[in-house]
Design a protein around this ligand. Structure first.
Ligand code: ADP
Ligand code: MG
Length: 640
């Protein structure tokens, strides 16, 4: 048997093993794992090797400032060993190791923000779909409980004299105790994770199977991953070379896909791979991926990116924010030849070389996206579908690249199925049309049915339909594309009157005393609206709501209200003077029936709200009013 395995028959456990409970999120995740929503069990090994590799990275980084940490053993490696008889599989590293407190924190909680929200989503998904979702999460250490009925982690923090043992069955919490002397001596530095395999997992006791899994999932790991045989001989399973340092022509597509899965902890293929070497003022190698699936924390409030910075093959940090927030979905590696190795992570933020890399990298990623959009529209459409809502944040906040981002942007529109670019839109503008029109809201289907579209449709004018949250924000920037302003159809100012109606679509001009009608409605509605106007945008519907003036539109106001930050914007009620309901108001007003005017005015306003996806503020009186009129209509039918 290999000497790397902890001895079962060692001295009895000291009685002082402390019992700990898992954080609630961990318990939920473990429950999901054990009940195996996730079918790709093999990935547990990728996760444990990835942790071992991170631990080696961390030690190498700390050793830049404190070389003594590595003095005794300079060769960092990951060692796998199998004990068939005992049904043990062990993954050991001589990396940084964990203190007792770190064992409790790191293997009892989940630090990643957004985890709770993600778990909620996961539990609400129908069974079959969750395995894809959990793949986006990057399942981590706890995934080992898919295959192990008990896990023991012996860890010896580099530079400390003591080792500790964490142990758990993945259900009833975990214990942590001091390691025995033999255990401490057998692991002078780093961490050994020993899996007590479940009965139906014999494959993981087969060396060739372990080798296959390592080659599939962990070939890109930069440290040697070695399998120790029964007689102690070591065999390296991975190629342990930095893929990004090779030239493009040497890298097979499958090798990129494998590196992609390793770096992102996702399954599947990248949507776009960017691999190049920059030479000149600075030299660095770049390997970036646009993922095929959204990462679980895409809409996290922190908006953090995860591109890893290496300096001459040494991992430094994944928090250097090498790309702006609106490109946070891009994952991968930048390996610099010039950034000083001993720079502290805090100093990186202000380092001019890093700033220059950041700028060049951002430009390159956008250029690659533009090229994809030009050359392979379908593939780009998929990227936009997945990440467009994030890219649009850049229109709002990256002034310098705004035009480029507007050029990349794709939108749903009334112009048909599929996504439209602003270039497409401008090319299809109607004679007399000088502005780009859009309608923003939270739901695409509802937007398509909105009465605000009527006048535009009757004039053959295309309208962009914006249903991402972020749309309500970037559109407030007063933007232009090719000198054409973007205008919301719900803003009072949007004026289509210069654009001719399509044949046979022009509405009847309003007749009768419209001034008296408007005045009667204003009196009836009082403070509920800021104004009442005869509409030039309605053709079939009776009424709609628009925002007063050129300020924020109603979609933004509603979004802000949900966060209790409403601007107190009161809508304008626009009415279609040719509509039967509106002529009924005019008649009632002319005959002095003020109760009817009030009821009808209330109905008009509530209808307009409903069409905008809002509930009437007082649903009971809405229903009452409606019923009064319906009853009246029915009795006149009966009297008929
Ligand atoms: P992640 O790797 O995404 O942080 P994991 O669930 O895989 O999440 O691991 C949780 C934490 O446990 C790691 O962040 C790390 O601090 C610690 N850890 C796990 N394995 C090791 C190891 N082999 N050596 C040192 N620390 C480890
Ligand atoms: Mg991990």
């Amino acid at each position: 048997m290999s000497s790397d395995l902890p001895s079962e028959a060692g001295p009895a456990k000291p009685a002082s093993a402390d019992q700990h409970a898992f954080q609630a999120e961990v318990s939920r995740l473990l429950h999901l794992m054990v009940h195996s929503v996730y079918t790709e069990k093999d990935i547990f090994l990728r996760e444990l090797i990835s942790n071992a590799s991170d631990a080696c990275d961390k030690l190498r980084y700390e050793a830049i400032a404190a070389p003594e940490l590595m003095a005794e053993d300079q060769r960092l490696a990951i060692t796998l060993s199998i004990d068939k008889a005992a049904r043990h599989l062990a993954i050991a590293d001589n990396g940084i190791g964990m203190t007792e407190a770190e064992l409790v924190d790191n293997l009892g909680t989940i630090a990643r923000s957004g985890t709770r929200a993600f778990l909620d989503r996961l539990s609400s998904e129908p069974q079959g779909t969750s395995s894809g979702l959990i793949g986006q999460f990057g399942v981590g250490f706890y995934s080992a409980f898919m295959v192990a009925e008990r896990i023991e982690v012996v860890s010896h923090r580099a530079g400390s004299g003591a080792a500790f043992v964490w142990s758990s069955d993945g259900a009833s919490g975990f214990t942590v105790r001091s390691a025995t002397e033999t255990e401490t001596a057998s692991l002078p530095r780093g961490t050994r994770v020993t899996l007590h395999l479940k009965p139906d997992t014999d494959a993981y006791l087969e060396p060739y199977e372990i080798e296959r899994i390592v080659k599939t999932y962990s070939d890109h790991i930069l440290f040697p991953v070695e399998l120790v045989g029964e007689s102690g001989e070591r065999r390296q399973l991975n190629s342990a070379s930095a893929l990004w340092q090779r030239s493009k022509s040497e890298v097979a597509p499958e090798a990129y896909a494998e590196a992609y899965r390793g770096i992102t902890h996702q399954v599947g293929e990248p949507a776009l791979t960017v691999h190049y070497k920059a030479e000149g003022r600075q030299s660095y190698a770049v390997l970036l991926f646009v993922p095929g699936e959204p990462p679980f924390d895409l809409f996290d409030v922190e908006r953090k990116g995860r591109v890893k910075l290496y300096v001459r093959r040494v991992f430094i940090t994944d928090e250097a924010e090498l790309l702006p927030s609106y490109l946070r979905f891009v994952r991968g590696v930048v390996d610099s030849e010039d950034v000083p190795l001993n720079i502290s992570r805090e100093m990186l933020q202000n380092n001019p070389q890093v700033a220059q890399i950041r700028k060049a990298l951002t430009g390159r990623v956008l250029t690659e996206l533009v090229t994809l959009a030009d050359k392979e529209a379908d593939r780009f459409a998929k990227v936009w579908d997945t990440f467009g809502a994030v890219l649009k944040e850049g229109i709002y906040e990256d002034f310098e690249r705004r035009d480029q981002l507007l050029g990349l942007a794709r939108f749903h529109s009334t112009g048909g199925a599929g996504l439209r670019s602003l270039k497409d839109y401008v090319a299809a503008m109607r004679p007399g049309q000088t502005e780009i029109y859009y309608l923003a809201g939270s739901n695409l289907e509802r937007l398509k049915a909105s009465p605000q579209l009527e006048a535009a449709l009757a004039r053959g004018v295309e309208v962009l339909l914006l249903s991402d949250h972020v749309d309500s924000f970037w559109t407030t920037r007063g933007l232009k594309f090719e000198e054409k302003s973007l205008k919301s159809l719900t803003q009072g100012e949007a004026d289509l009157s210069a654009i001719p109606y399509l044949e046979g679509k022009s509405p009847e001009p309003p007749t009768g005393d419209t001034a008296a009608l408007v005045a009667a409605l204003k009196t009836a509605l009082g403070e509920a609206v800021s104004d009442v106007r005869i509409s030039n945008r309605l053709v079939a519907s009776a009424a709609c709501l628009v925002a007063p003036g050129a300020g924020p539109d109603l979609a933004l106001e509603r979004l802000l209200q949900q966060r209790d930050q409403g601007l107190g914007l009161k809508p304008v009620l626009e009415i279609n003077a040719a509509h039967g309901l509106v002529t009924a108001v005019a008649n009632s007003a002319a005959q002095g029936r003020s109760d009817d005017v009030r009821d009808l005015a209330g109905l008009l306003l509530d209808q307009a709200r409903i069409l905008d996806g809002e509930l009437p503020p007082d649903p009971a009186s809405f229903v009452e009013r409606l019923n009064r009129f319906v009853a009246r209509g029915l009795s006149s039918v009966a009297a008929g």
